[in-house]
Write a protein that binds this ligand. Structure first.
Ligand code: WT7
Length: 652
């Protein structure tokens, strides 16, 4: 894309300085950047001292065999002790760790002291089931406290967990159980979604009939919905309330090596079988703990933190479980969807618990925009002081809406870039330091080396675009792909020498701030220009009639690719109104330049999203190119595609 047109879109000129009060009391100040720049490894060694080590590490980074890193390799610690027991020992046993809010409205507040006994009981139960350090445990649960308890119980006994998101099918579960060679599956009879109980256990029963899952010897089942007709395999299945409840609530945590595996988490990627991303103990906990403290400016005595992600995604691992609990935070854990039983449910929860820090995804913000400004306006959101975003580029329009309608036009918005592979946040403003720019993740965090390079791996000058790379190892980096070191090297470390290739397009603006432009597969080539789907989408969303947009490049004989835009209109806008699509096309041309004007604009009711809320452009490309649809199994709702196809003229 030409630089003038880019400059146009990015000309959301408002800048937001940190609130003075926040800046004055900020956990992390500009000094952190200086310290890390002067001595990067010394900086991380200092952050590692946030944790309680049984054996303090003397070594920070071992990079003698790149790209296989070892951080704090001679240190030993127990992750669950760091997230639970030490807070109780420090007199914080009565502090609430989790305010659980079930979708049907049931609630349960769990203090750190209670969490300690729950985790100890669950650890003893796993030991009774024969789980030993190093054995893998698959966890397939709804968003209930037992999910967090199970993760910590695994960490406590050194058994790497592998969470499988509760919305995934039996097939997806079977593949992951097989690949990790799990010995135990922890699940529930079901969970609540959109006002209904939905079963989970049948998917486990089905998955465990598949070849490769034979080593699962126990299935531990939480009773959540109380469904009656649940199938039971004697000798394999055991109720949580039978096994866990009768265990001792004492368990002495053993310290493990800093490089002991903590978890495997699968990412689907665009092709091939899911990659089992392996994270280990000391470096991962150091960076999740530090970034949670720094980016959210957490004051654990007074803040109430709420990350709306599911624990089945890395966001939930790092910013529901390990980061916040290592920092002794009080959090909200919500089981359900934002619109059940009404579209103000989240804002009601913020009001009820006095949430001060909210961390969510652009897809949720755009949905709230679409539902209307009047809905959050009905609730008291004045407790909020910091808002975070993660998962996709956030359009400047959505950023501004978030700040204005959720943050009373006063709270900092931190747009945090990271990945399952990075384990923790990498690029983000700091709320007490950075003057924020709507739509940009801006600056690498202290101790992180990120930049943008061209095809040859040369750093691009300010004002230019290319590929996002990480040029130095970082503590919470993935250590490998489970069972496939070669794929680890090929996927991340082969495109550029000694440099981690993130797979995202990015640009640096005139100030050197980083803007994420989506996955590199999502860059279109139109008449010789590279145009990012994200930028055309942001241009569309900046039109008052558009709530959400997904843009793809469809093969075109004249222009290589032609821009095809799918848009969700704001409520009350008539999709069939004369001249609407022309108006939207002209709007993009005006914002970005004529080259970025979409060839087609199609109003649709819904967009195909993965269960983590990312738009599946691959399927929209299939539609735009009149092809049979590819794999739809990771979609939240596959009927969405039927609706979209019905809008299109029949294939030529
Ligand atoms: C991909 C990683 C990190 C937890 C959730 C996603 C995209 C993530 C941002 C952001 C622009 C972002 C990237 C990245 N992404 N955060 N703030 N701005 N893009 O984890 O499923 O591993 O996805 O999400 O494309 O590579 P994930």
């Amino acid at each position: 894309m030409s630089n003038e047109s880019l400059a146009n879109l990015l000309k959301e000129e408002r800048r937001f300085a940190p609130p003075a009060g926040l800046a004055a009391r900020a956990n992390v100040t500009a000094e952190a950047y200086e310290q890390a720049a002067a001595d990067r490894l010394g900086f991380w060694a200092a952050q590692a001292r946030r944790l309680s080590w049984e054996t303090e590490p003397t070594e920070t980074l071992d990079w003698s065999n790149p790209p296989f890193a070892k951080w704090f390799a001679d240190g030993k610690l127990n992750v669950a002790y760091n997230c639970v027991d030490r807070h109780v020992e420090n007199g914080l046993g009565d502090r609430v760790a989790l305010h659980f809010e079930g979708e049907p409205g049931d609630t349960r507040s769990i203090t750190y002291a209670e969490l300690q006994s729950e985790v100890s009981k669950a650890a003893n139960a796993l030991i009774e089931l024969g789980v030993r350090a190093g054995d893998r445990v698959a966890i397939y649960l709804p968003m209930i406290p037992e999910a967090v308890i199970s993760m910590l119980a695994c960490a406590r006994i050194g058994a790497p967990h592998s969470l499988v998101f509760g919305g995934f099918s039996a097939d997806a579960l079977a593949t992951r159980v097989h690949d990790a060679d799990a010995r135990v599956v922890i699940t529930a009879d079901g969970g609540y979604r959109r006002g209904k109980a939905s079963a989970l256990k049948p998917a486990v029963d089905e998955a465990l009939t598949r070849p490769g899952t034979e080593n699962v010897r126990s299935v531990l089942v939480v009773r959540r919905t109380g469904q009656e007709d649940i199938a039971w395999t004697e000798g394999r299945d055991v109720w949580w309330h039978d096994l866990v409840e009768r265990q001792s609530d004492r368990h002495t945590p053993e310290a493990f090596d800093a490089e002991h595996p903590l978890f495997i988490l699968y990412t689907s990627g665009t092709t091939g079988k899911p990659k089992g991303i392996l994270h280990t103990t000391g470096g991962y906990l150091t960076q999740t703990s530090y970034t949670h403290h720094a980016v959210f400016d957490l004051k654990p005595e007074t803040d109430v933190f709420w990350c709306t992600a599911d624990v089945g995604w890395v966001t939930g691992h790092s910013y529901i479980v390990y980061g916040p609990l290592s920092n002794a935070a009080t959090q909200v854990l919500y089981e359900g969807t934002p619109d059940s039983p009404h579209q103000g449910r989240w804002w009601e929860i913020v009001q009820k618990y006095g949430v001060t820090i909210l961390y969510t995804a652009p897809t949720a913000i755009r949905a709230a925009m679409k539902w209307g400004d009047d809905i959050p306006a009905k609730f008291d959101l004045s407790s909020l002081r910091i808002l975070g975003s993660v998962g996709e580029p956030i359009n400047p329009e959505a950023w501004i809406w978030y700040r204005k309608h959720i943050g009373a036009d006063a709270t900092p918005v931190v747009d945090t870039w990271w990945q399952t592979e990075t384990g923790a946040m990498m690029i983000s403003p700091l709320p007490g330091v950075t003057e924020t720019k709507p739509g940009s993740a801006q600056v690498p965090l202290p101790g992180i080396a990120a930049t943008v390079v061209d095809d040859h791996g040369e750093e691009v000058p300010d004002g230019s675009g290319g590929y996002l790379v990480l040029t130095e190892p970082w503590p919470s980096m993935l250590r490998t792909i489970w069972g496939d070191d070669q794929r680890y090297i090929d996927t991340y470390w082969s495109r550029f020498e000694n440099t981690y290739f993130a797979g995202d397009g990015a640009k640096k603006d005139e100030d050197g701030d980083i803007w994420l432009l989506g996955r590199v597969d999502d860059v279109m080539l139109v008449s010789g220009h590279n145009i990012s789907t994200t930028e055309v989408e942001s241009a569309l969303v900046s039109h008052p009639k558009v709530a959400e947009a997904a843009v793809v490049g469809a093969t075109d004989p004249q222009t290589t690719q032609a821009i095809c835009a799918f848009v969700i209109l704001r409520s009350g806008v008539d999709a069939d109104a004369e001249g609407l699509t022309e108006e939207l096309r002209a709007h993009v041309a005006k914002q970005l330049g004529p080259i970025a004007k979409p060839k087609r604009v199609l109003p649709v009711a819904e967009l195909p999203k993965t269960r983590s809320g990312k738009i599946m452009r691959r399927l929209l490309r299939d539609v735009a190119e009149n092809r049979a649809l590819g794999d739809v199994t990771t979609l939240t709702d596959s009927s969405v595609m039927d609706l979209i196809q019905a809008k299109l003229p029949a294939a030529p």
